[in-house]
Design a protein around this ligand. Structure first.
Ligand code: ASP
Ligand code: MG
Length: 437
């Protein structure tokens, strides 16, 4: 069946009709001629079932990485305009090949580059945001009974080709789905859905049937690689129903959509993590100097992405602050802070590498007190020390030692997500809640 039954409920309630689907195929899904043929079979099957299909493709396999290497062979910092001109060719190859494979099967596939598909972006190279999708060409193609095959990851600004940033094809797919009011946007990849956590770390991680946009956004930002965060953001904004599924099987995948309803949230839906985190502490910043604003303003200006921030109790005349960055950014961050030394006259900087971040995510946390406490006690029971904590309404993150990360994820998964324990936790917290009122 072309559309998984997980979606049938949703579609049936809207009355059965011809459905418009955007199908996006990632690099591994179009990684070889055999894979492109398999994708053509799947698209043809969807269309034979009476649905209308628009396809968005990534470049084949590691094609984009190889193009990056070619460019570096000429110049370690290539001219941005030409870099985008180069990188955009990867998707043109896969789009043209897929359109050919559709033709061979008797289906009128038609490839579209970003500009031909009307994907208009801001004038930024390497990470342009989509400003508009001018749908005339795609609509005309659909009306003519064709199957448009659109290059992901690229657009046009004025006369110039732009790219959307690595992993940007997901964003193209969502933008096209939103602009064409598609009923569904399927993201085909090499895993069969969104899991409670990475199955390479926790063998009994479960595939989720459904996850809300907000939860998916936290999971994606927190290191779950399966969807590009910007794509999820756009899907939420435009209410695009996303399905993440495998192009290597007929498994149903995970639906990313507005949450199922009130009181239906899992307390914890998933556990995300990120390796290679460093903590930088700036100690003894004179209090009178707007120290925090200066430090973070300066880091932001220099393009250093800061994550968890903890400010210590303000004692006496000085303030201590620590924050995390990606381990790779450590040296750059230290250099930037060094430049500030004269201006800020802080006492000292301490950097610590070899850290990681583990996060529990769940929309049900909002109404269940005690989740953070439970997380801390699970980690304490495992003798895993917590270096820093940060929270939002629907997540709690802890910074831990890198070598303890896998164990932390496993123990948290056991406590919050392994069936029976998860249930008893829900009961415990709700009874705690009752006592509290
Ligand atoms: N081909 C691009 C990349 O490798 C875009 C994508 O695959 O989403 O980053
Ligand atoms: Mg991707």
């Amino acid at each position: 069946m072309a559309v998984g039954s997980i979606l049938l409920d949703f579609l049936v309630t809207k009355e059965w009709r011809r459905v418009r689907i955007v199908q996006k195929y990632g690099g591994t899904s179009v990684g070889s001629i055999e894979r492109i043929e398999a994708v053509a079979d799947r698209v043809a099957k969807t269309c034979s079932a009476g649905h209308q299909c628009v396809v968005v493709v990534s470049a084949m396999g590691h094609a984009t990485d190889e193009l990056v290497q070619l460019a570096r062979g000429i110049d370690p910092v290539p001219e941005p305009r030409e870099m985008d001109a180069l990188l955009s060719t990867g998707e043109q190859v896969s789009a043209a090949l897929l359109a050919m494979a559709l033709h061979k099967r008797g289906w009128p596939g038609r490839s579209f580059t970003g500009w031909q598909a009307g994907i208009v972006t801001e004038q930024v190279h390497g990470s342009a945001r989509i400003e508009d999708v001018k749908t005339e060409a795609l609509r005309k193609s659909l009306d003519a009974g064709e199957i448009p095959v659109v290059t992901g990851f690229q657009g046009i600004s004025g006369e110039t080709v732009t790219t959307l940033g690595r992993g940007g094809s997901d964003t193209t797919a969502v933008a096209v789905a939103a602009a064409l009011h598609a009923d569904l946007c399927e993201i085909y990849t090499d895993v069969d859905g969104v899991y409670t956590t990475d199955p390479r770390v926790v063998a009994n991680a479960r595939k989720l049937e459904q996850i809300s946009y907000d939860e998916m956004l936290e999971m994606a930002n927190l290191g779950a690689q399966v969807l590009h965060p910007r794509a999820v953001e756009n899907a939420k904004q435009f209410g695009v129903n996303l399905v993440v599924r495998s192009s290597f099987s007929n498994e149903e995948g995970t639906l990313v959509a507005e949450s199922a309803g009130y009181e239906q949230h899992e307390v914890v839906t998933g556990i995300a993590f990120e390796r290679e985190v460093a903590r930088i502490a700036v100690l003894g910043i004179p209090r009178a100097q707007h120290g925090l604003a200066t430090v973070f303003g300066y880091l932001a200006q220099r393009g250093v992405n800061v994550d968890v921030i903890v400010q210590s109790l303000v004692q006496a005349e000085t303030v201590d602050v620590s924050f995390t960055v990606k381990e790779d950014d450590t040296q750059r961050t230290l250099r930037v802070l060094e430049e500030l030394r004269g201006q800020l006259s802080y006492r000292e900087i301490v950097a610590e590498q070899g850290l990681a971040k583990v996060s529990i995510v769940g929309a049900g946390m909002i109404s269940n007190p005690g989740v953070a406490a439970r997380m801390f006690s699970v980690l304490a029971d495992g003798e895993i020390s917590i270096k820093m904590v940060s929270t939002s309404e629907i997540k709690v993150s802890c910074i831990v030692e890198s070598q303890e990360l896998d164990r932390a994820v496993q123990q948290l998964h056991g406590a919050f997500l392994t069936e029976n324990l998860g249930e008893s936790f829900t009961q415990t917290t709700s009874s705690v809640a009752k006592h509290a009122y």
